[in-house]
Write a protein that binds this ligand. Sequence first.
Ligand SMILES: [Fe+2]
Ligand SMILES: [Fe+2]
Length: 170
Amino acid sequence: MPRETFTDAIALLKADHRKVEDLFEQFEKATSSSSKQKLAHAICTELKIHTLIEEEIFYPAFRGKIESDTLDEAYVEHDGAKVLVNDIEAGSPQDDFYDAKVKVLSEEIKHHVHEEEMPSEGMFAQCRKTDVDLVVLRDQMLARKEELLAQAKSAGLPLAQPTAVHLIAA
Ligand SMILES: [Fe+2]
Ligand SMILES: [Fe+2]
């Protein structure tokens, strides 16, 4: 992946957002179980990698520099999405609620992306006003992303782990 493709860390994350939106659109149009399964797997892989690079690298770089509520809510929104990601990955298109789960996941992600990209008070707009070097951050995230992509292709990625939300066993 050529580093020149993205001007900075925010451009990299926005490109990820566009990619997953496109995959959700393709899923909506898909009719066969095999293409639904393939697209759902691609969506879940993208989201696992994206939430990991944000939570490991991007969000911590801005702790104390932007509104805490913005960051805290982002972690909780990620956790909500992770529940559906793990469930969709474990299921198959023939299962009850499968399409509904993918649809609700797309709506959760749409809301979350809006919170990140919203002009002026959104997370990224707040991040741009800080002194954090977004180019250094881009390189750290690209390196981690390449590592995770390689893992996804070889052993596969582990289950998405919640960060803020506690999973209560019934
Ligand atoms: Fe994001
Ligand atoms: Fe996010």
